[in-house]
Design a protein around this ligand. Sequence first.
Ligand SMILES: CC(C)(COP(=O)(O)OP(=O)(O)OC[C@H]1O[C@@H](n2cnc3c(N)ncnc32)[C@H](O)[C@@H]1OP(=O)(O)O)[C@@H](O)C(=O)NCCC(=O)NCCS
Length: 149
Amino acid sequence: MVEASPIEHLGPTRLDALVALEPTRSHDILACELAQEDARVFGIGGNERLIGYATVARLPFEAELQAILVAEPYRRQGVARCLLEAVIVQARDWERERLLLEVRAGNVAALALYRRLGFVQDGRRSRYYPPMGAGSSREDALLMSLPLG
Ligand SMILES: CC(C)(COP(=O)(O)OP(=O)(O)OC[C@H]1O[C@@H](n2cnc3c(N)ncnc32)[C@H](O)[C@@H]1OP(=O)(O)O)[C@@H](O)C(=O)NCCC(=O)NCCS
């Protein structure tokens, strides 16, 4: 019953659980994110473990989704959708005009999620992301937004 788990607003005491969940970002960056005044980190999971999280930052007029990740065994069960809905509610509470994000052009799952929730593409940064691994090349970033008005 993953979808029934409550969404938490994570603070610095949840750093270990967040580090265990997120393999791609450093301990220091995650610690900074949890302590930041102008950001909210939402998590979903049990007491000790987390199975997904999303971070949103408050910018002067807009909000920006900085990260969203769900542990592989729990994907396609609506977890990211719940997290993103919490992010959207937060951005509306901040009275921001739009929720912005950047995504790799080849990230099929994330693109499908964002389109499903109403994000539209505003632009593209050519060859913005470094290669994912040996033999692959740099990848474009798609810039997307969701109006919150
Ligand atoms: C992208 C990611 C967060 C999606 O998490 P998730 O919990 O599996 O997504 P959900 O189950 O909430 O999916 C909601 C909708 O998004 C779309 N979607 C999600 N994953 C998809 C996939 N692999 N293929 C196609 N559509 C997908 C579907 O429309 C889905 O609704 P449906 O299952 O009813 O069809 C997850 O794949 C992930 O953690 N990826 C690695 C990290 C990442 O790429 N983050 C984004 C960085 S910009």
